[in-house]
Design a protein around this ligand. Structure first.
Ligand code: SIN
Length: 316
């Protein structure tokens, strides 16, 4: 589709960026998801100067992203698809909590088929902080969403642009909380200017279209859980999950996809019973490198939480 317009749509979902605390200096004792997206933008001094065309806001949800669920994801994906189909819309910005931001980014990358940019942004400090990071992140996200050629699902935080595949929250407190590990960021936003060091990521066209049709129809998503391999691991959780009717299990493995022998035996039993089992690594960087004779498939470079999303979508 040709992008003819200059309209930017900002979708609010909550998070710390919309959080408030009783005391201005309190950066941890706040309540997330209190301020509406329109109010958030209104609090950014001179943001109108950064917007080339019209700007529309919509509150899709107002949650702490630790509580992200299927209903909010479905609603968000459908609103994204609705707005992106409008030829007047140049791109989307989504305000989101940091805690599950990488999961929403990966989910949208899988189900939204578009050549336009979908830019998620967030904050590590609440709106009431002495030095909130949300306003600058919002301006940077707007700059990316309006950038000619920008495409794919992106995350903008602390001046960095990350793609949905590699981005991960790596710090629970620092403002610079995100990293793309070995891959590094796609680029940076500096004084409203985008400096790219990699190509924009591309959307996953046909797969995306198939997935969203199924998602919109499916009332319940298949049960897919994550288990971790660790010293002293047992098969108890896996056996219980199989009894509960789990459809898929992602294993956060040690190192290059290795699993404690007792847990592995339970996972092989689960696989033999028809459960899809996928190996990711609990290492924060790198990915499982497959080798001949592997009995359980690897997650093809996805972190455990992203592998879980891909497995759910596959099963849908
Ligand atoms: C959330 O993820 O909604 C709260 C934490 C944050 O945004 O940093």
């Amino acid at each position: 589709m040709q992008v003819s317009g200059q309209k930017i749509v900002v979708l609010g979902t909550g998070g710390t960026i919309a959080g408030t605390s009783a005391t201005a200096g309190d950066n941890i004792g706040y309540i997330a998801a209190q301020v509406g997206v329109e109010q958030l933008l209104g609090a950014v001094p001179g943001f109108q100067a950064f917007v080339h065309g019209t700007l529309v806001t919509e509150q899709v949800a107002q949650i702490d992203s630790k509580d992200m669920d299927v209903d909010v994801w479905r609603a968000l994906a459908l609103r994204c698809i609705h707005h992106l189909a409008d030829p007047e819309v140049r791109g989307l910005v989504i305000t989101h909590g940091t805690d599950t931001l990488e999961e929403t980014a990966w989910f949208l990358q899988q189900v939204v088929d578009t050549c336009k940019p979908v830019v998620l942004t967030c904050a590590m400090r609440p709106a009431t902080a002495l030095a909130p990071d949300g306003p600058q992140n919002l301006l940077d996200a707007l700059a990316v969403a309006q950038m000619p050629g920008a495409t794919g699902v992106l995350v903008v935080a602390a001046g960095e642009i990350h793609d949905a595949l590699h981005v991960q929250k790596v710090h629970p407190y620092r403002v610079q909380a995100f990293s793309s590990g070995d891959a590094g960021p796609v680029g940076w936003v500096e004084e409203g200017q985008v400096r790219l060091v990699q190509n924009w990521p591309t959307a996953l066209a046909q797969k995306a279209l198939n997935a969203i049709e199924n998602i919109a129809k499916a009332p319940n998503w298949p049960l897919v859980e994550i288990v971790m391999s660790h010293a002293g691991a047992s098969g108890t959780l896996v056996d219980a999950l199989v009894r509960e009717g789990v459809r898929g299990i992602v294993v956060a493995c040690t190192g290059n996809g290795t699993i404690h022998q007792v847990l592995e035996a339970a996972l092989l039993r689960a696989q033999a019973a028809g459960v899809r089992v996928v190996r990711s690594t609990r290492c924060p960087e790198g990915q499982v490198i497959p080798k001949p004779g592997d009995q359980l498939p690897d997650a093809r470079g996805l972190s455990p939480v992203k592998a879980r999303i891909s497995l759910v979508l596959d099963l849908l």
